[in-house]
Design a protein around this ligand. Structure first.
Ligand code: EPU
Length: 268
């Protein structure tokens, strides 16, 4: 019932010390200190998690001029739909990214040449005592990383968008079509590894001959080698072991050390 597998896109993860679902920002704040799970789409959760976990299901989205202010648990797809309906440009690149605003802001999620750093205007954060606004220029963003401290619970994200007469839905649809064509569906956590500078992790794994390689029900996608698919009954160690095999084989074949993009939750 309280298993994390229900809340991760890998469909993997055991019962944590405690699990709560927060539907409002006030509820979320009450769980300060717990591990905040957004859409669970960039995480490998263990069967052993001796932590409190709160699932962020806050979802309010407000249009404020050319800005959109979203609760951190709001999905990027819902935010993007509202942006496009209001002719607000800036989020079309998010097509198909299964993330919440808060998770995407912390990890600087990106695709199609854009990333969260391009659109975040400010964050409302909570440090366990009080709320404050952190402006974009106070945050250092890099490729799939940010300087936002772990002690900050993100409550809301303000996106800076621009009015546009362009057909935003057409751009969105193109991005979605690319994703469908090149990336697998099913129980995955998106790209497992970051791209090394000037290289593609998927291509390196492919060249190491690892497409379709499996450990238990965890298998390297035949469509895109930077994705691992849970065929149904994989456990966290199947995926963790497969990740280690990939790192070893890619190092042996290319001399490059891959670094995980996904995060680990619990004991491994
Ligand atoms: N390639 C292969 N074999 C594979 C996979 C890819 O040879 O199995 C080659 C492709 O042919 C292409 C190159 O590698 O020449 C790059 O592949 P692709 O265009 O699919 O992009 P990517 O670098 O693998 C990145 C992001 C994705 C994002 C796409 C589209 C990372 C780690 N990945 O993928 O982000 O959706 O670009 O913008 O930065 C994610 O972060 O979870 C993610 C999926």
């Amino acid at each position: 019932m309280n298993e994390l597998k229900r809340f991760t896109t890998f469909n993997i993860g055991g019962t944590p010390q405690s699990l709560a679902v927060a539907r409002t920002v006030e509820e979320l704040k009450q769980h300060y200190g717990a591990y905040v799970l957004g859409n669970g789409s960039n995480v490998l959760a263990s069967e052993r998690v001796s932590r409190d976990v709160v699932v962020n299901r806050t979802a309010e989205i407000v249009v404020d001029g050319c800005d959109i202010v979203a609760d951190s648990g709001a999905s990027l797809s819902a935010i993007t739909a509202i942006a496009m309906r209001n002719n607000l440009k800036g989020l079309e690149w998010t097509a198909g990214i299964p993330a919440t605003a808060g998770g995407a802001a912390i990890t600087n999620a990106g695709a199609n040449g854009s990333c969260m750093a391009d659109v975040v205007k400010s964050l409302t954060v909570y440090d366990g005592v009080s709320e404050r606004i952190v402006m974009r220029n106070e945050i250092e963003y890099g490729y799939r990383k940010s300087s936002i401290p772990l002690s900050f619970m993100i409550l809301r994200v303000r996106f800076a968008l621009t009015k546009s007469e362009q057909d935003l839905r057409a751009i969105y649809s193109q991005n979605m079509a690319f994703r469908r064509q090149h990336q697998p569906r099913g129980f995955t956590a998106g790209c497992i590894f970051k791209n090394p500078i000037g290289k593609s992790a998927g291509e390196l794994i492919d060249c190491a001959g690892l497409k379709e390689y499996n450990i238990g029900d965890a298998v390297v996608s035949g469509k895109h080698a930077n994705f691992i698919i849970n065929r149904g009954f994989a456990v966290s160690t199947d995926v963790a072991d497969l990740i280690n095999v990939i790192k070893t084989r890619v190092y042996e074949t290319s001399g490059i050390e891959l670094e995980e993009e996904i995060r680990y939750l619990g004991d491994f």
